[in-house]
Design a protein around this ligand. Structure first.
Ligand code: GLV
Length: 311
């Protein structure tokens, strides 16, 4: 069995997989072309098109991340090879930490204190009770559901939204277009963890931002395409003239790295982080990759990616 790995620091993955699957030949995509061809499995993250195009006998593609948007757009992706992706694999906890940080940033007025420090202003702000700070989570897949539960356990009322109905203990779940409007009207912080698909493109647009209560904050560790960046900038207002939205913590963007001249970098109420909310954790992910390979080899039914749905 041959497995070819493509991801940053692929040698670490190669070593861990070789150890766990001694019967397999595990190569990185840096191996000479004639060696890396005829692989049984590709375990990849943001792989170049040629790596997909040159394969002749793939049994499965393992996406080494939660989002498959990049993979599905890669030219040469065979249509007849099943794709599996990492599900949670330790990323839920990382995303929950990032999101909780963002919610607390606004809930405990850290944005105001950072601003006040510029003028050495000593001015405490009221701390409302957590039950007065409902948080909305758009996207209730493996990671979104984990994040929603973590926020609920931290004491915030959580409203979750997905396209189709879901149930999560302790979370008020909404679905469909009407459910989205209902959720938006009630939340102080909005968290977006949906996959990048045609259906989620700019799901948070000017109209949706205006449906949030005045002073709400936006936290996006999901995908840049979920938010209409121009509409968000308008809703944020300027330094002197604050708008409808109080602030934003953004990890993902339409274009990454975020171009230096993008106004989000300069906005006083926006925190930009460089797509670091949930880097794929090696050891949790390796366990899942190994279980996928075993399942493929023994013909077990796997929950595969639906390319038409985009996740
Ligand atoms: C990261 O962006 C992922 O999709 O895992």
């Amino acid at each position: 069995m041959k497995i070819v790995v493509h991801i940053d620091e692929a040698e670490q993955w190669q070593a861990a997989l070789s150890e766990a699957l001694p019967q397999a030949t595990v190569l990185t995509s840096e191996a000479p072309a004639e060696e890396r061809q005829h692989a049984d499995y590709l375990a990849i993250w943001k792989a170049p098109a040629h790596l997909l195009k040159e394969q002749t006998q793939l049994k499965g593609i393992i996406n080494l991340g939660a989002g498959v948007d990049y993979l599905l757009k890669t030219p040469g992706l065979p249509s007849d090879v099943p794709i599996v992706k990492l599900r949670d694999a330790g990323m839920g906890e990382l995303m929950a930490d990032y999101t909780l940080y963002g919610v607390l940033h606004f809930y405990r007025s850290m944005d105001r204190y950072v601003d006040q420090q510029q003028s050495a202003t000593w001015q405490p702000h009221e701390v409302v009770e957590k039950h007065q700070w409902p948080v909305g989570v758009l996207g209730l897949g493996a990671i979104g559901a984990f994040v929603a539960s973590a926020l609920q356990q931290a004491g915030f009322p959580v409203l979750g939204w997905s396209r189709s109905p879901k149930q999560i203990s302790g979370v008020r779940c909404f679905h469909g277009d009407e459910g989205l409007t209902e959720l938006l009207g009630q939340v102080q912080s909005l968290v977006t963890i949906l996959p990048d698909t045609a259906a989620t493109h700019h799901i948070v647009n000017a109209e949706k931002l205006s449906q949030l209560p005045k002073g709400a904050s936006v936290i996006n560790p999901g995908r840049g395409s979920l938010i209409d960046e121009k509409a968000l900038l308008e809703a944020l207002g300027s330094g002197e003239q604050p708008g409808h939205i109080r602030g934003a913590l953004l990890d993902v963007f339409h274009e990454e790295p975020l171009p230096k001249n993008n106004p989000l970098w300069q906005h006083p109420r926006v925190i930009v982080t460089p797509h670091m909310a949930a880097p794929t954790p090696l050891y949790d992910a390796i366990d899942q990759v190994i279980s996928y390979v075993h399942a493929f080899e023994s013909g077990d039914k796997l929950s595969t990616v639906n390319p038409d749905a985009g996740y």
